[in-house]
Design a protein around this ligand. Structure first.
Ligand SMILES: Nc1ncnc2[nH]cnc12
Length: 184
């Protein structure tokens, strides 16, 4: 099987290792954390493609956080919100729902602080993430945000992986294949 995947995002290129995630499928591992150059560049490119008014960006812990931070600053939205993967002791009235994602085999949670939920009620929000893949994380984020009365007006990511490449409800900069694993 191919071991690496050459990814191009505008003027930037990255070599991604191909990692099996099940007996039959592998992904090109795209780890945004630590890549400040790509994060800033991708945020600038996404900002050019967001052409809808919004109040807040919302991202999911953890790989979407640096992207949301850059995008917030570029679009002059100084505050953004993070959906966490666990309840923290400092949260007030946290609201949690279940979530499944392609890269994690156990059942995960998505948690919003109750005060953040108050602030998001009735607001126009854009969900930001590094990769949209099966759409499971995105659907959970959207479910949670809708539950607290926020209005999701756009979804954006750096990459759309596998079937997500055909989505017309997301803004993204490039696509990423899912690779078939041939077992001996
Ligand atoms: N290819 C990928 N690399 C890193 N994280 C991911 N999450 C979903 N797809 C991914």
């Amino acid at each position: 099987m191919q071991k690496q995947y050459e990814l191009t995002i505008g003027k930037l290129k990255r070599t991604l290792p191909i990692i099996p995630i099940t007996d039959t499928a592998a992904i090109a591992s795209f780890v945004l954390l630590g890549d400040a150059e790509l994060t800033r560049y991708a945020a600038k490119e996404l900002a050019k493609r967001i052409n809808i008014p919004f109040d807040y960006l919302v991202t999911l812990e953890s790989k979407g956080i640096p992207l949301a931070q850059e995008l917030s600053l570029i679009t002059h939205h100084p505050r953004y919100f993070v959906l966490r993967k666990s309840v923290k002791a400092y949260m007030r009235n946290p609201i949690a729902i279940g979530m499944r994602s392609i890269t994690t085999d156990y059942h995960q949670k998505l948690v919003l602080d109750g005060c953040d939920a108050e602030e998001l009620r009735g607001k126009r929000v854009i969900i930001v993430d590094d990769v949209i893949s099966t759409g499971g994380s995105l659907a959970s984020a959207e479910h949670l945000l809708t539950k607290v009365g926020a209005n999701v007006v756009q979804r954006c990511s750096i990459l759309a992986e596998g079937p997500a490449a055909n989505r017309d409800d997301c803004v993204f900069l490039n696509t990423l294949p899912i690779f078939a694993v041939k077992n001996a």
